[in-house]
Design a protein around this ligand. Structure first.
Ligand SMILES: NC(=O)c1ccc[n+]([C@@H]2O[C@H](COP(=O)([O-])OP(=O)(O)OC[C@H]3O[C@@H](n4cnc5c(N)ncnc54)[C@H](OP(=O)(O)O)[C@@H]3O)[C@@H](O)[C@H]2O)c1
Length: 254
């Protein structure tokens, strides 16, 4: 099976590509640094030639709604066109649980972009697209601290989620890419957690930033549980404690 992974140098894309290769698939790793730009379309048709499945994990981190909607909507349209032209069996789009709901994303520009992404794929590919949605990853705590710290002070939003380890998500995403699945697959971690507490524990284990301030961002729904799945979902195994011990082994027992 030949599988194109778009965003293959990113946090999720790299892990999925590794798992697919290990399972024996012929993997094409695509991202801009290797000449495939899913936003402009450059190199996309060539990358999709002869491919059976596309896994789309591209990302553009912005909170500006117009930018997010433009990026995710344009990439979805370009990937859909390339998939149709190449006769690809299915496209698996990596998305976020409940981000497409208007009551959840009304104050979250990035999530509005994810809503547009899902809408375009559904419209363009119908039952040839699988929306693979996960909750927030434990790793997001570190990513956000790294982008929102000033000296010893970091900032993190209150987000009540049911987060998971990206590695567990990659196992399931690779399985769906290889074997197919329902039109929507939702995945969440083993327990409810506020992402502020996740970030604070990461900071404690790393020793930086020294203080993590909690902020309210994105509206009340974001901190009161709307990011957790409403219906049936796959539960991943790795607990936050296990993930911390694996990720920051030097700090175990500290
Ligand atoms: N973080 C979370 O908690 C979470 C939870 C659920 C879902 N998600 C979703 O998971 C997806 C992947 O996130 P991530 O954190 O793994 O991403 P990431 O680490 O930011 O990596 C993004 C990837 O996209 C590529 N890329 C960016 N622009 C591109 C373009 N125009 N054409 C082709 N490739 C492009 C990048 O490579 P180049 O720069 O070389 O192009 C890179 O490989 C996102 O859609 C995100 O919404 C994230």
């Amino acid at each position: 099976m030949k599988i194109l992974v778009i965003g293959a140098s990113g946090g999720m894309g790299r892990l999925v590509a590794d798992r697919l290769e290990k399972a024996g698939a012929d993997v094409v790793r695509a991202h801009r640094a290797v000449g495939v730009d899913a936003y402009t379309g450059a190199g996309l048709a060539e990358a999709a030639r002869g491919v059976d499945v596309i896994v789309e994990c591209a990302n553009n981190i912005t909170q500006r709604a117009s930018k997010a909607i433009d990026f995710f909507g344009t990439v979805a349209a370009n990937v859909s066109e390339a998939a149709r032209d190449a006769g690809v069996q299915r496209v698996v789009c990596l998305s976020i649980v409940n981000a497409a709901q208007p009551q959840v994303n009304s104050k979250m520009g990035y999530y509005q972009g994810k809503a547009r992404q899902e809408e375009v794929y559904r419209r363009e590919l119908g039952d040839r697209v699988i929306l693979f949605r996960t909750t927030q990853w434990f790793e997001l705590g570190a990513t956000m601290l790294d982008s929102m710290s000033l000296g010893p002070v970091g900032v993190m939003a209150h987000m009540l989620s049911r987060p998971l380890a990206v590695a567990d998500g990659a196992d399931l995403l690779a399985d769906v890419a290889l074997n197919g699945g329902a039109a929507v697959v939702e995945v969440a971690g083993p327990a409810d957690l506020d992402m502020l507490d996740v970030a604070r524990e990461i900071a404690r284990r790393r020793g930086t930033p020294r203080w993590v301030l909690g902020i309210n961002f994105g509206g009340k729904v974001i901190r009161s549980g709307a990011l957790r799945p409403d219906g049936a979902f796959e539960v991943t195994a790795t607990t936050f404690g296990q993930w911390l011990d694996q990720t920051y082994p030097a700090a175990v027992g500290a």
